[in-house]
Design a binder for this molecule. Structure first.
Ligand code: AMP
Length: 597
């Protein structure tokens, strides 16, 4: 067995972190603790404080969900489902419930768990195939856990420590612990995507040696929504005014807002020739669904990280096909030749994060764009040939290839009227709206600022996460078809509505299976489920209501689509609901039950 620091101390440290709300105190606690550990333990602890069992570059996953943990917990704590369910309801968190249940029984006071043993167990759990193989491993780990260890083991496995510690705070603590510049730690973290490696470099005082590693996703820059042309122009000039420009100057560019799948393309690494990765916004690997893109970019020999949108494409008209068509290509285990023919796809690039050997994030958009255009001019033709060759192998009569790498057209913004016209033209091309971007803005990973604005003028929609599922009525009596959903407010999820219309039968079947596997609490008709599925919902208006925990309810909500591409951390906020509420000309109050909510 490897020598390693006690997991009990790590768990107690997390308990201490929740006891203070002050960021500076949390950072000091983290720094002092990390500093007290040997390098490899500090490396593991840094990762675990951020709620991640594996480093970002490490593509392994535990794949252990709430229902498997519930089973393991029932067994180890020796409780009935009803008792577990009641404990869960008291806390709304499996880890907290586990601690209470463990406290109520004879439990080991120190089971000898170490950070190293937990790391080894995670390796085995990730390698085990299927819930049947994973369950005994998880159970064995819980068997030797003290109450507080069980609490933080479960939170860590579920990926949410609820200590108010994010990766960025862990990075600050690493800087404080080893006397490094916070910016140097942050930069190394972004370049490497490997917190343990950052700890090793910080300990050795070699942070400046961190070099960009391809093939781990960087966070995506996000856009702020605006509802009207006037609001877009106003917000945009405001941002420039803040930068010391005259308020009338518009240094903006317009692009169409495409309705596809946002993706980050990594390719061209000279030390790993042929390797290509396509990451979604939730850091999922999209490659398997789009093999022709992987083939098309495998031949590139210039390192690149591009930001863009995967689109279903009509090469003859040069337009995108609707999202509903692209959707047919998502989540398939095997993409048939027929699929590839019928729904061709391209990567529409609108930004470059890394090209050649240069990290471009801190360059202004205008300069990134020049580099992006150069890259595409050099490499796009070859992406057509690669597919052409592939298809010739598959079909006797090969259809001519077309470039799979396209640069998103961009025009300078002239005026509010121009924006209005551009919006109409974008819609006429079948796109969702327009994006307005500041040419001087740097690429801010993970930030939703005012440097990118999105203008889509339909009725507002909200991205929400499902927290509860119910069996429907009539034809839908056997399936979980009614969904209660929430927005986020800091660390909390607050319910804001319930919807049952908008999805196809196939989608409902799929969600039923998913929620059955991710049920936290089964109350017969109603189930509390793990907050994992993001939906985009439309509605007629927002009203104040005490029916849901957010204090708001949506009137006539309907589901527009399942947003597999959107991570839960990026769902809409309570503040956004309040904003929509405030923007309504007549602010309805709930009239009473039966008014269509
Ligand atoms: P939303 O998903 O509603 O938050 O809107 C932002 C999304 O618009 C991004 O995540 C992209 O997927 C998408 N998008 C489409 N076209 C563009 C573009 N030209 N520039 C940036 N984002 C775009």
């Amino acid at each position: 067995m490897i020598m390693s620091a006690s997991f009990l101390e790590f768990a107690q440290e997390n308990a201490a972190l929740t006891a203070t709300t002050k960021k500076l105190e949390k950072r000091a606690l983290l720094a002092a603790y990390l500093r007290s550990l040997a390098v490899e333990d500090a490396a593991r602890a840094a990762l675990y404080f951020a709620g991640t069992p594996f480093a970002e570059t490490d593509r392994r996953k535990l794949n252990v969900g709430g229902s498997l943990l519930t089973k393991a917990l029932q067994k180890v704590a020796g409780v009935t489902p009803a008792i577990l369910s009641a404990a869960y309801r008291r806390y709304g968190d499996l880890g907290d419930a586990a601690e209470e249940l463990f406290n109520a029984r004879e439990r080991p006071q120190a089971g000898g768990l170490t950070l190293g043993i937990v790391a080894e167990a995670f390796t085995r759990i990730a390698a085990a195939r299927g819930p049947g193989a994973k369950l005994p491993l998880v159970t064995a780990l819980l068997e030797v856990a003290t109450p507080v260890e069980a609490r933080y083991l479960l939170k860590l496995i579920l990926g949410d420590m609820r200590t108010g510690v994010k990766e960025s705070l862990v990075e600050e603590a690493i800087a404080a612990a080893w006397g490094a510049e916070p910016a140097a730690v942050r930069r190394a973290g972004m370049l490497l995507g490997d917190l343990p490696e950052v700890v090793r470099l910080a300990v050795a005082g070699r942070l400046e040696q961190a070099r960009m590693r391809l093939f781990h996703p960087l966070s995506f820059m996000l856009a702020s929504p605006v509802a009207t042309v006037e609001e877009a122009v106003e917000r945009f000039t405001k941002e420039l005014a803040a930068e010391g420009e005259t308020a009338s100057a518009i240094h903006g560019v317009l692009e169409d807002k495409y309705d596809g799948i946002r993706a980050q393309l990594h390719c061209g690494d000279r030390s790993q020739p042929g390797r290509v990765e396509l990451f979604s916004r939730s850091r999922e690997d999209l490659g398997a669904s789009f093999p022709e893109l992987m083939e098309a970019f495998a031949g590139l020999r210039e390192p690149a990280i591009l930001d863009g949108e995967i689109l279903a494409w009509q090469p003859d008209t040069g337009r995108a096909l609707p999202f509903s068509i692209l959707q047919q290509r998502i989540g398939r285990k095997r993409v048939t030749a027929e699929m590839r023919e019928r729904i061709p796809v391209v990567f529409m690039a609108f930004d470059a994060l890394y090209l050649g050997e240069a990290l471009l994030l801190e360059w202004p958009l205008g300069e990134r764009r020049v580099r992006l255009e150069g890259f595409i001019a050099r490499h796009a033709p070859a992406t057509a040939e690669a597919i052409g060759r592939e298809q010739q192998n598959l079909f006797a009569a090969a259809s001519p290839g077309f470039p799979r790498l396209i640069v998103a057209p961009q025009v300078p913004l002239e005026s509010a009227e121009h924006l209005d016209r551009a919006y109409a033209e974008a819609r006429a091309r079948g796109n969702e709206g327009v994006m307005l971007k500041s040419l001087r803005s740097v690429y801010q990973p993970g930030r939703r600022g005012l440097a990118w604005l999105k203008l889509k003028r339909e009725l507002a929609t909200l991205d929400v996460v499902v927290t509860g599922a119910e069996f429907g009525h009539g034809r839908r009596a056997g399936v979980l078809s009614d969904y209660t959903f929430a927005v986020q407010d800091g660390d909390r999820l607050l319910n804001v509505g319930k919807a049952y219309s908008g999805l196809t039968d196939a989608e409902i079947d799929e969600l039923t299976a998913f929620f059955q596997a991710h049920t936290l609490e089964d109350n017969g008709h109603f189930r509390t489920v793990e907050p994992l599925k993001v939906l985009e919902v439309a509605f007629n208006n927002v009203m104040r209501s005490d029916r849901h925990s957010s204090g708001f309810a949506l009137r006539f909500p309907r589901i527009l689509r399942i947003r597999e591409d959107k991570p839960v951390e990026e769902i809409d906020t309570l503040a956004r609901v309040e904003e929509i509420y405030a923007s309504q000309p007549d602010k309805p109050m709930e009239q009473g039950v039966g008014d269509g909510v």
